[in-house]
Design a binder for this molecule. Structure first.
Ligand SMILES: Nc1nc2c(ncn2[C@@H]2O[C@H](COP(=O)(O)OP(=O)(O)O)[C@@H](O)[C@H]2O)c(=O)[nH]1
Ligand SMILES: [Mg+2]
Length: 373
């Protein structure tokens, strides 16, 4: 097997790691060095659903990764298997605290997650990091950026980092992210951190899959709120003014006060919880523990009031509705008869020959005909 470390027979009793061998993939003819040994890739054992289930419940990261790949697959035959798998692991989900983190590019989301994640891992938490990146679904590029690699956190054995699935509609990505979150919970991750950018629709999407939602902001909010829409602030359970270090610290305090002023006039995102602004530095780690205490205090309070569970079941129901809508939308836009008739009816409206309400009625009739009869 290529790139595998093994210990040969001649290792002396008590011989340390230094006696390991590392086997590299052989050079092939393509490399231009003549007819050398050609090594076939190791056969990848096909996993059964039982293998997946047992592996996930055992916390096997390799099997967890492969299960997520199954979920992310767009092939119809994988879809059924993936759904069966999600059904099977469902009784083992729900025990993690799910935290969403948004903010404009450069706000320090990835750095924050890395610092917080490493701290939690050292406290024996198992931390899974997921990303929902709407840009990668459209352009193939990522706004979340390279730092999503989170090199320090990636080295922690208690951490599992999964980048955003990179194809499909935001709806498809959302389904995959939600199901990935469930698999991670079943694999024993008790903290799930979901990173997304504060542009477009993705923060509403992430809000709908997490318990606690925070917005990372930079200093100097002023009147323009740094392009962060008021709508995003209204989704937040905490505003975190990041980069409160060095010369920036004093300004961060002022920004925090500014946000608290604004929050005073907004409806809180979570019933029974007062959203406040805090400062921290993801670079030095200062006050990262304070932010985590806020999350824990939130969970305790919401569990006591019953709101925690209620939000989760509301989210599940809302998720069903969203998927039905998306499914119908998909069926409608994919249908050639509907597409043709739609053009005809639009032309009638454009020429002023049919009033809009009647045209809408005609469209509905066409759809019912095409889809349900
Ligand atoms: N001084 C300082 N710089 C930070 C802090 N957090 C992040 N940065 C820097 O800000 C830049 C953007 O950080 P990144 O985590 O990639 O932001 P993201 O786009 O929101 O994920 C990087 O150069 C970080 O090193 C912080 O708390 N203090
Ligand atoms: Mg990032």
């Amino acid at each position: 097997m290529p790139h595998e470390t093994y210990r040969p027979d001649w290792v002396p009793e008590g011989g340390g790691e230094g006696f390991s061998c590392r086997v590299m993939t052989g050079v092939t003819e393509k490399d231009g060095a003549g007819p050398l040994r050609k090594e076939a890739p190791p056969p990848r054992k096909n996993l059964t659903l039982d293998d997946y289930e047992a592996g996930i419940l055992n916390g096997d990261r390799m099997i967890l990764s492969r299960a997520i790949t199954l979920i992310e697959s767009n092939a119809p035959r994988h879809f059924d298997a993936a759904q069966e798998l999600v059904q099977r692991i469902l009784p083992h989900t729900g025990r993690a605290i799910r935290v969403g983190i948004t903010g404009v590019p450069g706000a320090g989301k990835s750095t924050f997650i890395e610092t917080l994640g490493c701290t939690l891992c050292r406290e024996d938490h198992k931390v899974a990091v997921l990303a929902v990146d709407p840009s990668s679904t459209v352009s193939g590029g990522s706004i979340l950026g390279d730092k999503t690699r989170m090199e320090q956190l990636a080295r922690e054995t208690n951490a599992f980092i999964r980048p955003s699935p990179s194809s499909g509609t935001l709806g498809g990505v959302t389904r995959k992210s939600r199901e990935t979150l469930l698999l991670c919970e079943a694999a024993g991750y008790d903290v799930i951190l979901v990173e997304t950018v504060g542009v477009g629709q993705s923060e509403t999407t992430v809000r709908s899959m997490v318990d606690f939602f925070m917005v990372l902001v930079l200093t100097g909010a002023g009147d323009d709120l740094q392009g962060i829409k008021k709508g995003v602030i209204e989704l937040a359970d905490a505003i975190v003014v990041n980069k409160a270090d060095g010369d920036n610290k004093r300004r961060a305090m002022i920004t925090r006060a500014d946000y608290n002023q604004i929050l005073h006039y907004l409806r809180p995102a979570t019933e029974g919880w007062t959203t406040q602004a805090y400062t921290c530095s993801s670079l030095t780690g200062e006050d990262i523990d304070t932010i985590w205490d806020v999350v824990l205090r939130f969970r305790k309070k919401m569990e006591d009031s019953g709101f925690f569970q209620r939000r989760r079941s509301d989210q599940a129901l809302q998720w069903v509705d969203t998927m039905v809508q998306e499914f119908l939308h998909h069926r409608i836009v994919q249908n050639p008869i509907i597409a043709q008739r739609r053009e005809d009816i639009r032309a009638l409206v454009e020429r002023g020959e049919t009033p809009p309400t009647k045209a809408a009625r005609m469209m509905i009739d066409v759809m019912e005909d095409a889809l349900f009869s």
